[in-house]
Design a protein around this ligand. Structure first.
Ligand code: GLC
Length: 559
């Protein structure tokens, strides 16, 4: 092994504090695709409870559950019709309580999804709004407006839905005439609330309390940059390259409006009334860590997803930059940085990191997409990227199935697709079904152990037998074994509470740093690099003769 020129650059340090969420590894469960106990092909809460031992063995600190509340499932549960009940598809409130108690008894915290930007069109409030007259208090809980043009048949402004098509739909009034329009930034079944209305604010305080009283450890807040819209709802044409959820435009009248912060200051106080460090995590798609950090100022939310990190290509210079700017920007407001590579809205990183064509967030990949990834390269890079990520100080989010190295499912038939994006763009964008396929547990059980009957709401590829959890458990070289060893060492060596001290001189394609007793080296280039001294405690690929192969990462310890 060689002795590198270690040039220690100034070390961005994670803000310190003892709250659990500053350092936690949080595992995202997408309930419909995690584990199905009833056999209807859709995962459920008892299914989650039955797998808690596996999650404990994996070594995560907390779970985030995507929505399981009552919903017609037009956007896989992100269209909520009753915020304080469990949808029968997933079980009952008693099943939720069992799951929560089971997690807590294993020392695992649970945060739930909260969807405040919009409800389902089947929510009682929206049904009341449809039945009421224009100008009524019932309509004032949503964003109803008159149309433009002589007959009011032109939408009130030019906004487009994130899922494609116009962001407005027109209603039929009680007398049968065509009437007002309502705003929906997402599907037409997801009407946006009017957050300037105090009634809406009060209702969400009630909803927060409902789940906090049940014992949840916090909330992941959906579309946390979208609740407040600019006064007068002015026209806006988005940047076509910007991805669905944010884009680069600084002044989008529906994203990141100043008034939204008041809502989170209010929630911060409410959450602080409860014991035990309950946390709020923002899903806010903004172009930079500096802008996202506004959501985690000391009196607002506690965490925000680091989408700048997720969107960074597998490139050493870009990775060093985003880590530095993240630690600085979040540290400057006293918040930890978070790190994330996959979730239920993006192409799984085992495929994304090997794409060879542009792929804006939310568009997905399918049979006719350009630049499809080579699976083996994608998995190599994904394992390396995770090895790098889990050594970073702060909190990390994992998405179910990434610990198995699952790729995006590209070859889904058109007729099985369910993402509203696919329908609203007439098949032009594949959408997000490819990252939502139910995960494999046992290689030779029906539906790979996902459901007892073999039913699965999206079909699982035949290649997934070898990726099933039971097949990987016994294999030391498997992706599951890598995740388990990374999580165990991260915990034992307190890396979440550490700091990054950059190491230079190992080459342009190398990201290298110290965090406590661990030296981390990642090679994004195409040739092997010589490693500094140290004992290999985890590596994404075999390290032979003191060199790290291409597209690999390693943790070295002094002892
Ligand atoms: C968030 C969710 C996504 C959903 C959208 C609308 O981005 O993560 O799945 O479709 O909000 O609620």
């Amino acid at each position: 092994m060689t002795s590198p020129e270690t040039d220690l650059v100034d070390a961005p340090v994670a803000a310190t504090g003892s709250e659990w969420w500053r350092t936690a590894v949080i595992y995202q469960i997408y309930p419909r695709s995690f584990s199905d106990s009833s056999g209807d092909g859709i995962g459920d809460l008892p299914g989650i409870t039955s797998r808690l031992d596996d999650l404990e063995t994996l070594g995560v600190d907390a779970l985030w559950l995507s929505p399981f509340q009552r919903s017609p499932q037009k956007d896989a549960g992100y269209d909520v019709s009753d915020y304080c009940d469990v949808d029968p598809l997933f079980g009952t409130l008693a099943d939720f309580d069992d799951m929560l108690a089971g997690a807590h008894s294993r020392g695992i915290r649970v945060i739930v999804d909260l969807v405040p930007n919009h409800s389902s069109d089947q929510h009682v409030w929206f049904q009341e709004a449809l039945a009421a007259a224009p100008g009524s208090p019932e309509r004032a809980r949503y964003l109803f407006r008159e149309g433009r043009g002589l007959d009011g048949d032109v939408p009130p402004n030019n906004w487009e839905s994130v899922f494609g098509g116009p962001a407005w739909s027109r209603v039929v009034e009680a007398d049968g005439s065509l009437g007002q329009w309502y705003l929906h930034l997402f599907d037409s079944t997801q009407p946006d609330f009017d957050w300037s209305n105090p009634v809406v604010r009060e209702e969400f305080r009630r909803i927060l309390r409902f789940w906090l009283d049940r014992g949840v450890d916090g909330f992941r807040v959906d579309v946390a940059h979208g609740l407040v819209k600019a006064e007068g709802l002015p026209d806006h044409t988005p940047d076509p390259e910007g991805g669905s959820m944010g884009g680069d435009a600084a002044d989008v009248p529906y994203w990141g409006q100043e008034g939204v912060h008041e809502v989170y200051r209010d929630w911060h106080e409410l959450v602080a009334e409860y014991e035990g460090d309950r946390a709020l995590c923002a899903e806010a798609w903004l172009p930079t860590p500096e802008r996202t950090a506004l959501w985690v100022r000391p009196d607002e939310m506690h965490q925000a997803f680091n989408f700048s990190y997720l969107e960074t290509p597998w490139d050493a210079a870009s990775l060093r930059d985003v880590v530095t700017s993240s630690l600085r920007a979040y540290g400057a407001v006293g918040a930890p940085s978070t790190w994330v590579l996959s979730n239920h809205d993006v192409v799984r990183h085992a495929s994304r990191l090997a794409l060879t064509a542009e792929n804006p967030q939310g568009h997905g990949i399918g049979p006719n997409s350009p630049g499809k990834p080579v699976a083996e390269l994608g998995l190599r890079r994904a394992r390396a990227a995770t090895t790098l990520m889990l050594a970073l100080p702060g909190s990390a989010y994992l998405y179910q199935g990434e610990e198995l190295g699952l790729p995006e499912v590209i070859e889904l038939d058109d007729h099985v697709r369910q993402d509203p994006t696919w329908f609203r763009t007439g098949g032009e964008r594949y959408g997000r079904d490819g990252c939502r396929v139910p995960i494999p547990w046992s290689s030779d059980a029906p539906a790979y152990g996902f459901s007892p009957t073999g039913d699965s709401w999206l079909p699982q590829p035949a290649e997934w037998a070898v990726l099933a959890r039971d097949a990987q458990l016994a294999d030391e070289a498997s992706t599951l074994s890598l995740y388990r060893s990374l999580l165990a060492s991260r915990r034992a060596r307190h890396l979440g509470a550490g700091a990054v001290e950059w190491i230079e001189g190992l080459g342009d394609d190398v990201v290298a740093f110290r965090n406590g007793t661990v030296t981390v080296v990642a090679n994004t280039g195409s040739t092997a690099v010589a490693l500094p001294d140290g004992i290999v405690i985890a590596s994404s690929a075999p390290v032979l003769g003191g060199t790290l192969p291409a597209d690999a990462a390693v943790w070295l310890a002094d002892d």
